[in-house]
Ligand binder design. Structure first.
Ligand code: FES
Length: 111
């Protein structure tokens, strides 16, 4: 299948040109039926679920700083690398997806 490669237990799917994701921004994409938020912070690209684990608000549009994103609704912070929550509103981490850049395309592994 064009635009995909198999590695390990899942498949990496091309989702967005890397140049379309500026530093400090998040962009939601749907990958194999899952809504994934791509975020570039500190030059690193992360892929996490686009739903806060507190009350399921969309994280897209949340403030990105120092490898964390804050939920736009109540301000919970999540570590973009691990998904770990910071704060008392939720103890449930975000789902984190393997992500890589190949030929200037961001690829995310789902499944
Ligand atoms: S819904 Fe995200 S912090 Fe409440």
């Amino acid at each position: 299948m064009a635009g995909s490669a198999t590695a390990g237990e899942g498949t990496f799917l091309r989702v967005l040109p890397a140049s379309d994701l500026p530093e400090g921004k998040g962009r939601a994409v749907t990958v194999a039926g899952e809504e994934v938020l791509l975020v570039r912070s500190g030059g690193r690209i992360h892929a996490v679920q686009n739903l806060c684990t507190h009350q399921r608000a969309k994280l897209e549009g949340g403030r990105v700083r120092h490898g964390h994103i804050s939920c736009p609704l109540h301000g919970m912070l999540f570590d973009l690398a691990t998904g770990a929550p910071k704060g008392s509103l939720s103890r449930i981490p975000l789902k984190v997806y393997p992500v890589r850049v190949v030929d200037d395309w961001i690829e995310v592994q789902v499944g």
